[in-house]
Design a protein around this ligand. Structure first.
Ligand code: ADP
Ligand code: ASP
Ligand code: MG
Length: 454
């Protein structure tokens, strides 16, 4: 069985016309398995609704729900008007029933959050997952209207996770076992349509895999069913040398290794969820990133090896970073000082992006978030703490060691010494990272891109 897993993101799921395109694309495959995101904006609005309710503004939260409800109803109506089918009335009824059921459920959760004045992580995940729960069901129904044998499969039956709400860890063994049901659906001639991004904790509650998590769902499923390929369909023609939305000179990359693509994603290329490539790499399944609006273009192929002989591959960047510097109160042994600093990070589950250290001081670049004040409290035990919360991290990915002299010269020439807060390079990972002021991140990335790709 030549199975291809196709994932369509928020922009591909935007309106009735893009839904039509999605359904046309999947027609070309022998055994497609489809993973979809929520419709554009929905996840963000759901989270906003949760926060409004928890802060006491239930009215605002319910207004957001109304917007989401109307958008989905209109989408279905427009789709069925443009793709008339003899079972149109039945399909519409079934879609509206699902929308109403989920809206009712959402309202109950929001009322609960408002009553408690709190949005616990489990509740937040149950709210956030509604976008994918609805979009996947509705798309499967709309498929029937275009005479395609599409069948919705509830993602909670497949994607089993732990209970780390917001960033749940998949239980791979259980997922591999549960995904057997996908092959049964394919065997009976149907195309499974599955919501990305969410799964189920051991106690049956809903969990989410983190932002952009639908990519991860696609690769977890692809790995589980030994797909011949995983295709991530989005709004750009593959992975570029930098984010094409901000860096005008960015160019699409034909081929990348799993390793380099993962590093790009981890260091800010939001085109892929950073964990996406792991399940694919384990089974050597190629991953393609393709443009939904230019389906004929090849896009990027990600596999074990890449043919690239370039001195460096790409520039990723992240804003909303913080630089935390801790200086030991007295010259303690370096390892004891560092152990204490990293123990504090571990306790708060704060991943680190770059580190510079001397025996008695350490500077850490990490994503800024609400845990920083707690971190500061914990680190005061170890030394004096200075936190600067408005930084950006620019990373040159896939740097060849022999090109480092040239590259670092170009970095300093392009940015000037004053603009750089920290610079790190690791031979193993072939990444040169630079920390700059947050408001300079995009501009500096542009300058760097122009300079290193000239
Ligand atoms: P989807 O809704 O399909 O998941 P995303 O918005 O998550 O789409 O990802 C696609 C976007 O990722 C592009 O529009 C682009 O702005 C951004 N992006 C960031 N870095 C890169 C990169 N290096 N190459 C391509 N796209 C990138
Ligand atoms: N809808 C979720 C998000 O906006 C997951 C995804 O699209 O991959 O992050
Ligand atoms: Mg995405």
């Amino acid at each position: 069985m030549n199975i291809t897993v196709l994932k369509f993101g928020g922009t591909s799921m935007n309106d009735h016309q893009t839904w039509r395109k999605v359904l046309e694309i999947i027609r070309n495959y022998e055994y497609p398995v489809v993973v979809v995101s929520a419709t554009a904006r929905t996840t963000r609005q759901l989270i906003e609704a949760g926060k409004s309710a928890a802060s006491g503004d239930l009215e605002q939260a319910l207004e957001i729900v109304e917007t989401i409800k109307n958008r989905h109803r209109e989408l279905v109506e427009h789709f069925l008007d443009e793709n008339p089918h003899q079972k149109k009335r039945l399909i519409k009824e079934s879609c509206f029933k699902k929308i109403d059921e989920k809206v009712g459920f959402l309202k109950k959760m929001l009322q609960y959050a408002a009553k408690k004045n709190d949005l616990n992580p489990a509740l937040q995940d149950s709210i956030a997952a509604v976008g994918e729960q609805v979009s996947s069901y509705l798309l499967a129904q709309c498929g029937l209207a275009t005479n395609q044998l599409t069948q919705h499969i509830e993602a909670k039956k497949l994607i089993k996770t732990d209970a780390e709400y917001g960033v749940a860890n998949p239980n791979r063994a259980l997922i591999n076992q549960k995904c057997g049901s996908i092959e049964t659906v394919l065997d009976s001639g149907f195309t499974p349509i599955i919501g990305g991004f969410y799964g189920e904790a051991p106690d049956g509650t809903t969990t989410t895999l983190g932002f952009e998590g639908s990519d991860y769902t696609a690769s977890l499923i692809g790995g589980a069913i030994h797909a011949q390929a995983i295709e991530i369909w989005t709004d750009v023609s593959g992975i570029y040398t930098s984010d094409p939305r901000f860096i005008e000179d960015a160019q699409p990359i034909d081929e990348l290794s799993y390793f380099d693509a993962t590093e790009m994603a981890y260091f800010g290329a939001k085109v892929l969820h950073p964990a996406t490539l792991k399940p694919a790499q384990e089974r050597n399944i190629p991953v393609f990133v393709k443009n939904m609006f230019k389906a004929d273009e090849a896009g990027t192929r990600i596999g074990r090896e890449s043919a690239s002989t370039k001195d460096f591959l790409a520039i990723s960047f992240k804003e909303n970073m913080a630089l935390v510097t801790v200086s030991a109160y007295e010259t303690v042994m370096g390892y004891s000082f560092l152990t204490k600093v990293f123990a504090a990070l571990e306790k708060l589950r704060l991943p680190v992006d770059a580190v510079n250290t001397t025996e008695a001081s350490v500077t850490i670049a990490l994503q800024a978030n609400e845990k920083l004040s707690e971190l500061s409290q914990a680190l005061i035990e170890v030394g004096t703490v200075h936190i600067d919360g408005s930084k950006g991290l620019i990373s040159l990915i896939g740097c060849k060691l022999q090109a480092m002299d040239q590259l670092s010269e170009k970095v300093f020439k392009a940015l000037g010494d004053n603009a750089v807060d920290m610079i790190t390079f690791t031979k193993e990972k072939r990444i040169l990272s630079v920390v700059v002021n947050e408001n300079q991140t995009v501009y500096a990335s542009r300058l760097l891109h122009r300079s290193v790709f000239a």
